[in-house]
Design a protein around this ligand. Sequence first.
Ligand code: ADP
Ligand code: MG
Length: 310
Amino acid sequence: MSASFHSVPDQTPLDNWVAAKPDTGLQLVDQHRRPELEYPKVALSNLCLSYRTQSGERLLALDHINLQVRAGEFVCIVGPSGCGKSTLLHLIAGLQPPASGLVVVDGKLVHGPGTDRILIFQDHGLFPWLTVGQNVEFGMKMKGVPRAERQEKTRHYLKLVHLAKFENSYIHQLSGGMRQRVAIARALATEPDVLLMDEPFAALDAQTRDLLHDELERIWNDTGRTILFVTHNVREAVRLADRVVLLTFRPGRIKNEFPIDLPRPRHIEDLAVARTSRAILDELREEINRSLEAEYQVGMKPRIEPGVSA
Ligand code: ADP
Ligand code: MG
């Protein structure tokens, strides 16, 4: 597998290397020789998951995913639609168990949801009958945080996302970008170590998305959280990430990893971001082509892998 963390003898073939290309921000990394982290924040080992399709067959969604994320790292996961990105975040969030393999956060095996991780998605799941402030308080209430502390934290996190003035507004009074910022404030207020973000900005217009990139980068800087951010937008991934992980189309496997060594703050329109994206996009395109072929294939059957149970 291309992204195994286990060391192998010296005869590693050359194509295991992500070549250092001038001006691309990509570093020279030997995928097979990335050292195991001593204390990874998140460690996925040999994660597999399959779904049962309507016709009763098993669809292998994730196949032996091995990934280690260090504390405070910003990792973006990219891949074509249907490659298992959301599934991967659900497994880390503990919303569903893997068929095999392990999810370990802070050295502890994940058995289910926990307050150390939180999932933020595109459909931000805010409550329309609550005010902005009450929405932010909600997660803390569930966690049993006392009222005075909740109110203090609500104000703090609303300030952090520049929504202090909207504490008493209702969700329908806010724009899409503001709603997403409320969702981020609500998630941050529960003070999770790990933020799992599933295409959170995909439905926003480009200008709002750019602003939220800046805000998320600033919040990440200020809070030191570990972020796993799923997107199908390579530019967005390069704009945000310390490392971009590319998944293959069905079954989802790690095809390659790209450490992004560009200075921050970045902008999605930066030339360096565009250049770095190009190299990743070339690899992603192969997978998108595979997904399109599968889509257009009449009477297509999902790929069935033997020996993996759901
Ligand atoms: P992505 O987020 O990358 O678009 P998903 O993780 O949502 O991909 O899905 C991966 C694959 O698993 C897809 O082929 C999808 O159709 C399938 N899948 C996802 N959820 C289910 C489910 N609950 N039941 C059956 N198949 C599913
Ligand atoms: Mg998805």
